[in-house]
Design a protein around this ligand. Structure first.
Ligand SMILES: [Zn+2]
Length: 61
């Protein structure tokens, strides 16, 4: 089911690994529209770079 493109590390260009999800409580009206009621906030994917250790996140589906 995971068909989304990998995030490319902004520091070194390696493919980053999806390693966790986190809930972010909405702070804007735009984000509030996407709030996942089951979590009470916006779900984000956290990604980590295996090469240099950088971290990044993006909204989860
Ligand atoms: Zn990196």
């Amino acid at each position: 089911m995971e068909k989304r493109k990998k995030i490319i590390c902004p520091k070194c260009g390696s493919e980053m690994n999806h390693h966790a999800d986190k809930v972010v409580h909405s702070t804007t009206a735009e984000e509030a529209k996407r709030v996942n009621l089951a979590f009470g906030g916006l779900l984000e994917e956290l990604h980590a770079c295996p090469a240099c250790g950088a971290v990044a996140s993006r909204p989860a589906d």
